[in-house]
Design a protein around this ligand. Structure first.
Ligand code: SF4
Length: 94
């Protein structure tokens, strides 16, 4: 049996994981072997209708997930978002 996303990646402590739209999809949809926009497009389409998208993205940013699609963002998009957030914080602090 192909492992599904919840079984592999979601911490059962996270209260939102039970509502995840990806729960029954094979993990490789959300963790494609190649980190590219086209490889991530199927996962992002599923995320678009997910009721816990914001919680998922926050979790991925807070825990610095470096692989896969979380909250409709691939690893590169999250990296750029973290960088923008960091730059904004630095500007505020100066
Ligand atoms: S936003 Fe995407 S990766 Fe996150 S729980 Fe929902 S479907 Fe899964």
């Amino acid at each position: 049996m192909v492992p599904v996303v919840n079984e592999l990646y979601f911490d059962a402590q996270e209260p939102w994981y039970e509502e995840a739209a990806c729960a029954s999809y094979p993990a490789e949809v959300f963790f494609p072997p190649i980190d590219s926009p086209s490889a991530a497009s199927a996962a992002k389409a599923i995320c678009e209708g997910c009721p816990v998208r914001e919680e998922c993205l926050s979790f991925a940013l807070e825990t610095a997930q470096v692989e896969g699609v979380w909250g409709a963002m691939d690893a590169g998009e999250r990296r750029r978002m973290r960088r923008r957030n960091r730059d904004r914080e630095r500007r505020r602090a100066s």
